[in-house]
Design a protein around this ligand. Structure first.
Ligand code: FAD
Ligand code: NAI
Length: 476
């Protein structure tokens, strides 16, 4: 047990638990607003996102894509490359350097903004008190406001435990050799990104998904194009799988599952478990200070305030999509509200990106959700195959799909599968956030040739004014 119990005499304006994109952004914004801030972190500064999530996955994805293109696409352009080799060690070293650069950047920002970074595990022991456990003993801290930003961890399955051959996102981002075969459990965001990453480097990847539908949040036209392309690239995606069984053998794992009424048996070197994530709330507070919902999230209102007025919770530990930008924006909102500023977050307009190749990106409601809500809407569509820039660079797979309200003409949703999908969705989102109508948007001049012109044409096609595609009176 602890040898001594230190009570710090400072009363912080804000004490933040966790230094992921939710916590560190909140800390910096609070310091900018002149508040005294402490941020407690039990692991690594930057949280999941910077250390074992967004950043390392994108670093390795980008590297693997360069390799994939060199091997599979460059010859189309008349570029022949022989003896292409992967130096996995160097690839991993570079990833570590990128992480280091960003996490030391956050630490430097903490210093310059006078955020007090405290290493240790925090537990809320009263409305205004937090106990921090570290190697140096226990400290009791006092704060006017507490912000919980403890993030999330990978969900596990009863029948498959993390171990030698079974890894989660953390393990899958640091394989020492390229596995010959991998089974990815879950065709969600992590499964598709990490499956693509290793498949591009030569692993045979089988993606085992329980649901029958592929990426159900997408419009069917987009999800069909995406699944066709990922299968083309070599991902063996199996939907609607049941009764998954796993047994370890001396070389790896024996897997069996039911697929389309057939029993499939596979032997693989590794399993990447990617079946969702769960909020981190274990040992976080004493008694029933805060309410946890049935899925384990801390209950908060639309402003991230808990049932205790001066305790707030943001990021992956509360409802809403588990995304870094959502987490950070909640951090800014909460801190500004504490500073008595008017701050709200438009939860309807949170953009999503899956960093496959090409990317999948979307925002707002999809067509079937609009139908369900009985919204009177129109839609526009444009394939990259008819876009000059996409053809020029050999990236013509995919399309843009957009919807707008028939009455107000305001844009309701945007889904893109194709080159620079994330950036294209962002352009549409700026229009959506500012109530731009499809008519207004049509008048914007787009540079030629750019892949963004596909967005322009999709919007034009919504009003039967597209130039480079046949207009239909009604497309849904
Ligand atoms: P976290 O980043 O999880 O940070 C929480 C921090 O709190 C951790 O550092 C933890 O150690 C600390 N902590 C927990 N409990 C305590 C305690 N009791 N005391 C002290 N400290 C504590 N999102 C995107 O938007 N884009 C992406 O491209 C993307 N890619 C991803 C790829 C992968 C492989 C994964 C796993 C996730 C990805 N995400 C991505 C999701 C993103 O990482 C999360 O949404 C984001 O990290 C959530 O931020 P957070 O601050 O709420 O939590
Ligand atoms: P997810 O919810 O996206 O996907 C999990 C998938 O596993 C689902 O399709 C689900 O049906 C399936 N599944 C669940 N149990 C299963 C079982 N027993 N057998 C087979 N399939 C099963 O969760 P994922 O991919 O783990 O990612 C977690 C979170 O991290 C996401 O919610 C996402 O927000 C975030 N993230 C975001 C990224 C991004 O923004 N690019 C990248 C990676 C993660």
């Amino acid at each position: 047990g602890p040898l001594f119990f230190l009570i710090e005499l400072i009363m912080y304006d804000i004490l933040i638990i966790g230094s992921g994109p939710a916590g560190y952004v909140a800390a910096i914004r609070a310091a900018q607003l002149g508040m005294t801030v402490a941020c407690v972190e039990k692991g690594f500064v930057g949280g999941t996102c910077l250390n074992i999530g967004c950043i390392p996955s994108k670093t390795l994805l980008d590297t693997s894509l360069k390799h994939y293109k060199l091997v599979n696409e460059y010859s189309e352009h008349g570029i022949e490359a022989k003896d292409v080799r992967i130096d996995l060690h160097k690839m991993m070293f570079r990833k570590e350097e990128v992480i280091k650069q960003l996490t030391t950047g956050v630490e430097a920002l903490f210093k310059s903004n006078k955020v007090n970074l405290i290493n240790g595990s925090a537990r809320i022991i009263g409305n205004s008190y937090v106990e921090v456990q570290s190697d140096d003993g226990n400290t009791k801290l006092e704060a006017k406001n507490i912000i919980i930003a403890t993030g999330s961890s990978p969900s596990e399955l009863e029948e498959i435990k993390i171990g030698n051959h079974v890894v989660d996102n953390e393990g899958a981002l640091k394989f020492q050799t390229i596995p010959k075969s991998i089974a990815v459990i879950g065709a969600g965001v992590i499964g598709l990104e990490l499956g693509s990453l290793w498949s591009r480097l030569g692993s045979h990847v089988t993606v085992i998904e329980a649901q029958k539908e592929f990426l159900p949040m997408l419009d069917q036209r987009i999800s069909r194009q995406a699944s066709r392309e990922f299968i083309n690239q070599g991902l063996d995606i199996k939907l609607g799988c049941e009764t998954l069984k796993v047994k370890e053998n001396s070389n790896g794992l024996d897997i069996s599952f039911n697929y389309k009424n057939e029993e499939i048996a596979l032997e693989v070197e590794k399993i990447i478990l990617a079946v969702g994530r769960k909020p981190n709330t274990k040992d976080l507070f004493s008694g029933d200070l805060l309410t946890i919902d049935e899925k384990g999230f801390i209950e908060v209102d639309e402003y991230c305030q808990t049932s205790v007025k001066n305790i707030w919770a943001i990021g992956d530990v509360v409802r809403g999509p588990m995304l870094a930008h959502k987490a950070s924006e909640e951090g800014v909102m909460v801190v500004e509200r504490i500073a008595k500023k008017e701050a709200v977050l438009n939860y309807k307009h949170i953009p999503n990106v899956i960093y496959t190749h090409p990317e999948v990106a979307w925002v707002g409601l999809n067509a079937s959700q609009l139908e369900e809500q009985e919204v009177d809407f129109k839609s526009g569509y444009f394939p990259f195959l008819a876009n000059g820039r996409a053809l020029a660079s050999g990236e013509s797979i995919g399309s843009v799909y957009i919807t707008a309200d028939n009455e107000t003409d305001k844009i309701l949703g945007l889904q893109v599968f194709g080159p620079s999908a994330a950036e294209i969705v962002q352009q549409g989102l700026i229009a959506m956030d500012n109530g731009v109508t499809s008519e207004d948007f049509s008048k914007t001049i787009f540079s030629h040739p750019t892949v963004s012109e596909a967005l322009h044409e999709a919007i034009l096609s919504m009003n039967n004014k597209a130039i480079h595609i046949q207009n239909k009176k009604k497309i849904n």
